[in-house]
Design a protein around this ligand. Structure first.
Ligand SMILES: Nc1ncnc2c1ncn2[C@@H]1O[C@H](COP(=O)(O)OP(=O)(O)OP(=O)(O)O)[C@@H](O)[C@H]1O
Ligand SMILES: O=P(O)(O)OC[C@H]1O[C@H](OP(=O)(O)OP(=O)(O)O)[C@H](O)[C@@H]1O
Length: 220
């Protein structure tokens, strides 16, 4: 557990941060000014609440800080929480921002003749190997996952694999790369998640923040 007495909230830099800034304000979590300066090298920030600090980390790392108790709360995409699937993480609040979905996609010519009943062993490029393996295993299919960290839509066209599992929002990245969606795996949105041990040992302040974020999401 984090050594200092303050609670720590991990938030992802990048697109979710822009979406949750108004929500944080409604929840009464007001970070110091440097937090909104993208060029600042500072990583931990005080807030208007003397008992709460915020850290700004990469989106997958929100779950890592939370799982090991280095952060007590985190804003994370449900895609990240699904991939991480850690028993110490409990995600009680759907923040209803950062909407997109996880999908299987393939080149249009392959998708036109695709018969999922005939899948037995597939190679799939993805940023989400655990979600992907679980999704295919439920269908009795063994998925060999090639982990990429971005630009997944290149993989089928360059012969790395025929299928990908990636996030889709507008669908324009798939379309621009000649891919189509074959199946939708899960809807995605940002969640407020907490470390279960922190919830047990510091129920007062952790539950208070859960309630404030829940109200802020409802008021949106
Ligand atoms: N169109 C989208 N594409 C990707 N992520 C989206 C989209 N819409 C919402 N999200 C959410 O935003 C999160 C990713 O944020 P962002 O793209 O800023 O980080 P990233 O570039 O994937 O992460 P990092 O740079 O830390 O590896 C996803 O985990 C998802 O929950
Ligand atoms: O359906 P769309 O609206 O086109 O959005 C989906 C795309 O956005 C994300 O990529 P991102 O911009 O994060 O770049 P990346 O490839 O580096 O992950 C995601 O991985 C898809 O590629």
């Amino acid at each position: 557990m984090n050594a200092n007495d303050k609670l720590v909230l991990a938030v992802p830099k990048g697109r979710i941060l822009k979406a949750i800034a108004p929500l944080m304000a409604r929840a009464g979590v007001e970070p110091e000014d440097a937090f909104f300066d993208e060029d600042a090298r500072q990583l931990q920030f005080a807030t208007s609440d003397p008992n709460l600090d915020i850290i700004r980390v990469r989106s997958f790392d929100t779950a890592t800080f939370l799982a090991f108790g280095a952060a007590h709360l985190a804003v994370s995409g449900s895609d990240v929480l699904m991939e991480f699937d850690h028993p110490e993480i409990y995600a009680p609040v759907n923040l209803d921002v950062g909407h997109c979905h996880l999908a299987v996609a393939a080149p249009a010519d392959l998708a036109a003749n695709e018969d999922p009943q005939r899948w037995s062993h597939l190679r799939v490029a993805t940023k989400y190997p655990n979600v992907t393996r679980r999704y295919f295993a439920r269908r009795g299919v063994q998925a060999e996952c090639i982990k990429l960290n971005g630009a997944l839509e290149l993989a089928p066209n360059l012969g790395l694999c025929r299928r990908i599992v990636d996030l889709v929002q507008t669908g324009s990245t798939l379309k621009a790369n000649g891919l189509v969606e074959i199946d939708r795996i899960a809807d995605v949105s940002a969640r407020l998640a907490v470390n279960r041990t922190a919830l047990k040992t510091r129920p007062g302040p952790v539950n208070d923040l859960i309630s404030r974020f829940r109200e802020a999401a409802r008021a949106a």
